[in-house]
Every structure is written in C-alpha cells, then in structure tokens.
Design a binder for this molecule. Sequence first.
Ligand SMILES: Cc1cc2nc3c(=O)[nH]c(=O)nc-3n(C[C@H](O)[C@H](O)[C@H](O)COP(=O)(O)O)c2cc1C
Ligand code: SF4
Length: 656
Amino acid sequence: MSSAFPQLLSPLRVGRHTLRNRVVMGSMHTRLEQLDQPLERQAAFYAARAAGGVALIVTGGFSPNSEGRLEPGGPVLDAVPQADELRGVTEEAHRHGAKILLQILHAGRYAKHDEVVGPSAIRSPINPLIPRALTKGEIERTLDDFVRCAQLAERAGFDGVELMGSEGYLINQFTARHTNTREDEWGGSLENRSRFPVELTRHVREALGPDFLIMYRISAIDLVEGGSTGAEIDLLARAVEAAGADILNTGYGWHEAQTPTIAYQVPRAAWTFAAARLKRAVRIPVIASNRINTPETAEAILARGDADLISMARPLLADAEFVNKATEGRSDEITPCIACNQSCLDHIFTERVATCLVNPRACRETEFSNGPASRGMRIAVVGSGPAGLSAAVESARRGHVVTLYEAESQLGGQLNLARRIPGKQEFEGLLRHFTRQLQLLSVDVRTRTRPTPDHLRAQAFEHVIVATGIVPRTPQIPGIDHPNVLGYIDVIQGRVEVGRRVAIIGAGGIGHDVAELLLDDGQAHTTDKFLSEWGVDESIVQPGGSTAPHPAQPLRELYMLQRRPGRIGAGLGKSTGWILRSRLKRNHVSRLMKSRPCSQPRVDNALARAGATRIRCAGLQWSGVPSAASTRTTRFKRTHPRLSESGALRQVARLN
Ligand SMILES: Cc1cc2nc3c(=O)[nH]c(=O)nc-3n(C[C@H](O)[C@H](O)[C@H](O)COP(=O)(O)O)c2cc1C
Ligand code: SF4
C-alpha cells in the first residue's frame, strides 16, 4: 500500500531488534502510580498506545534508588517484587507489537525531598533544597544502582532502558560545568565530566549483554549558563555510542532554562536543528523530539535526514491511535495535541494525575467505556464550544443520534477566540478536527439556531446536553460606559480599532492572551523568529547555546491591572505562565495592582475583563424542558474549556 508517510512508517533495525516504524512514544511520568490499581491503569495506558501502532514506548522515569526520586512517593525500581509487578505492563505492550523501554531517571539536585544529592552542592534555582555532593564511593554505588535497575527492567520484560541524560537531571548535572565543580576524576575536564554517563552506559551494556537496548537521552542543547557547547555535546554523544548505546534520544533545555521548549509558543519541530547536528556526529540512530505533533511534520524531518526516529509524547496522550490513523490514510482524523500543557504537565507540576485537554480518556483508560452504548438515543447538544463539540462527537461515536445547535454562524465558540491569539494557532487544528468528526459521524449540525424548549420537546430528544458557555462579565467601574472602553471579544475578533496606549483590566489568562494579541507584529511565527526572540544560538558555540535575545519592538504601550493582591498572573498555568510573564516584561508592559499605590496611566483604550457569567440561554427555562419522563437535561457545572471536555466525556459515558 502506498503511503503519504513512507519514511515514518518504514521499519528500522536497532541493535538486535526491529522497530515496526519510526514512531517512539516519549517518556511521560503520568503519576498513575498515585491512584488505586496503578499497575492495571499503567498497563491499559501503554496497551492503548501500543495497539495504536507506536513502534517503541518509553515509560515515565523510574529512579534507580530513593535519593533519585523526584518527590517522596515517586516511582523507584530497586527490588524484585516491583519488577515482577511490572510484567503486566510489558506483556501488554508486546501483545500489541510494540517494544518497550523503562526510563531510568535520577533527579539529582531537582529532587524535592531530604535525600537530595548532586555532583556538587550547588542549589538549582527551581528547588529550595541544597543538594549534598556525592562522595566518590557514593558515585560508584549510584552507578551500581542504575545497573541493578536495568537488570530489574530486564526481569520485568522490558526490551531495554532509556538513560535519562537531559533536562538537567543528575547525569546532565555531571556533564555541565555549571553544576559540576568537582576536582576529582568525576569533574573538571570534558573527559572527567563525561565519565558518569560513559561509565554508566558501559556498565549497563556489560551487565545486560548485546540483546538489551540502551537508549541514551542526551541534552542536545542545555539552554543554561555554563552548559555544554555543541562540540562538547558531539564528543559526549560519540563517547556514549562507543560505550554501548544503541539509540540517541534528544532533550532540549534544562527544567530551569528561561527558554520555552515544549509550550504552544514553540513552533513545531523548532529544536530539530540540534538533533540534526547529533545525527551528523554519530552512527547510531538519532531521535528528534519536542513539538512534533503531526505525521506530516515527522515525515519531513525524516525525509530531510535530520533524524532516524521521531519521539512524540503529548501527541500520543492526545490520540493513542495516532500511528494507525496515519497508516490508514486518516491523518486528518488525528486529535491534535495543542501544546497547552494544561492537563498534562500542569497536572504533574501540581501533584495531580496527568490527562489531556483534548482527550480526557488519556490516563483514564480503565474508567470510561469506549465501545458503543447499549441503546442508541436521540440527543441534542446545545452550544458548539469545546464542551459541546466534544459531547456531540463522543455521543455520535458511541452510536447515539445527535443534533448539535449553535447560535452563531460558525462552530467553535471560544475556540474561535483562542485560535486568533498569536502562538495559539494549534487551536485552529482542533476546530478542524472536530468539524471533520461531526461530518464523519453524520451529526446533524444546526448553526444560527437557538433551540426553544418547545422545539426540543417537539423533537422528542431523550437527552439534552447544555454547553452554552459563558459571556464576559462587565465590571461595575465608574466610566465603564465610555466609548473608549472595549470588550475583549470585540478586540480579539478585530471588530474595533485599538489605540497605542492600552490598559487591560484583569490579568488572568484572557488578559494575558489579549496582551499577546496587542503586542503582536503580525509576522509569521517561524522557528527563526522564535529562536532569535529567545536568544538561542543554533550553532551552540556558546556554552549552553544561549545568546542575546532579540525581542520584536513592542507595538503598543500596555498596562495590566489586577485587583487581587499577589504576583500578576499567578493563576496562570505553571508551565506556561512564566513564558507569558517574561514576554510581557520584555515588552515593557507595566503591571499594576490595586494594593500597590500607582499613578493612573493615561491610555487610549481600556479593555475590560472581569470574569465570566454562564449564558442563561436566551430565555430557555431548562427546568421546563424535561416534560417527558424520558428526557434528561445536563448542564455543565463548569464551562471553562479546561474542564469542559472531560465534563463532556463523563456526561456521555453515563448515557449508556
Ligand atoms: C506529563 C509529562 C511528563 C513527562 N515526564 C517525563 C519523564 O518522566 N522523563 C522524560 O524524559 N521526559 C518527560 N517528559 C517530557 C517528554 O518526554 C517530551 O520531551 C516533551 O513532552 C516534549 O515532547 P512532545 O512535544 O512530543 O510532548 C514529560 C512530559 C509530559 C508532558
Ligand atoms: S493537555 Fe494539551 S499539551 Fe497536554 S497532551 Fe493534551 S493537548 Fe497536548
């Protein structure tokens, strides 16, 4: 069968194994171990991705000893009973034709517990705890712990291990001058700083033999002061290759780096230049990673010869069937990862289990029924924002007959606002995806229609799902009626002229999005522009690969006003809020708080944003709808897009 993705779908021989295609599921710590029945849940999570066609799965990081855990209770693999329990996970991956590696991750100075250690006693800016410098004896013992962990992985049925040498974790801390000031054989010269990863790879190879796959995740660019140069990274790559690594995976930027590496602001495949450099340095297969979320992007990277394999982590949270759909010529049906981080990384950072904004079934594989409903019903969905679209698609997929009502001429609700924000163009793809699904599932779509209770009653729907969303609340501020005060929806939709000096009232997510829009210069968001704005040196001549940032000249003078005390934008997502705050700072946006005395700025326009009110739905008395005993009405309690999709799925799951 001819394919649009000949490179992506071609097999690859690695070591003594054959991978069925070029798609690697990147490592993700999901925190599933914190829930009841953790092993069943993990087995189901990986089984879904293996059944979805991925060639090689890498698990989330397991620490080789208790010091290396990221947090108390974090996953460790240091004993035989644990290895035996993990058999269920590897068997599921193998049953569906995938290979599976266990990632060994020692957090080093990023650990958030009392046993925190590192090559040197240098604190990380993102951890209040100062690490204790490992003694020479402890370094040897740590290497043994890694080897024991790899042996246990083999016992559990894993095809190999990934040694996590990037993102600023312990191995990476040894390789960078920045964190390794040792004066013994484990620090100082490049050879000494490389000793830990090289010895580690050699020890694992010697202990596990030639059949066991060893993947080394190298930091292809550190993005921190005192990080490695490109030439040093190339030498390290060759040294781990010589020590026995079969595959080189790549990571970009340490966790403490001040450059975004995976958020939606990062253009697709922006870091591939660093993987391509390593591909030229070694003979073993190299994996490109980060923000590669379509088969088209992946195919182009392979076709250019920039990498041999493609790692996708979040895209496989968003759609477990990614590879099958690409194989079957249905790539337009792939649910796209929009790189929002809201339900995956932000959950992990706030001690919750990961899932996915666009696929709430992710990490809930054992909870939601996926097959057809026992009885097809006639269902009306009112409102076509993310919740309504999701409810309509999911209901139709499970065999119900669905009518979707939308008051506007266009489907999408708030998605139509989100997709206009610079850097949030991925939302466009999400809307396209939903629209295509509605078509394929023959959902009866009625735009420009506000259904009345009489209409719904007359249609004899058995279930009505109300997903009518929100309207902005107008704050009661003197002067709010002045013609220069604008609403954010009009501004985002380009329906009003905005002056050069603007005050934005409200500093939450929407306030920040509006600021991004008003500062945007209208130029395409290319990789070159992104790398230049954030000061990334593609040649990696400077240690760490950072150079002076070149932000675009701000187009406007902005003031952001926040009534609440505390840091401006403190409620933004953990993994993306700092990016927005740092862009505003660079654009000289003045941020004012009510609690802080300030002079009143003179501005051309004020943009009011003060929370949202649920739409009451044009006079519909929802309590009046279910006149027939068989009709039930569901109103989403929370209408914010963050929760609405999973809310939708939960509602639909009940319609069995
Ligand atoms: C929820 C979550 C957990 C992650 N945990 C790990 C991990 O344990 N080890 C690791 O090497 N990378 C981890 N990563 C990073 C991913 O492997 C990957 O580098 C990153 O998500 C960018 O790739 P993507 O755009 O394909 O998602 C994690 C990412 C996410 C979203
Ligand atoms: S939550 Fe957002 S970033 Fe995370 S996998 Fe889903 S779409 Fe991608």
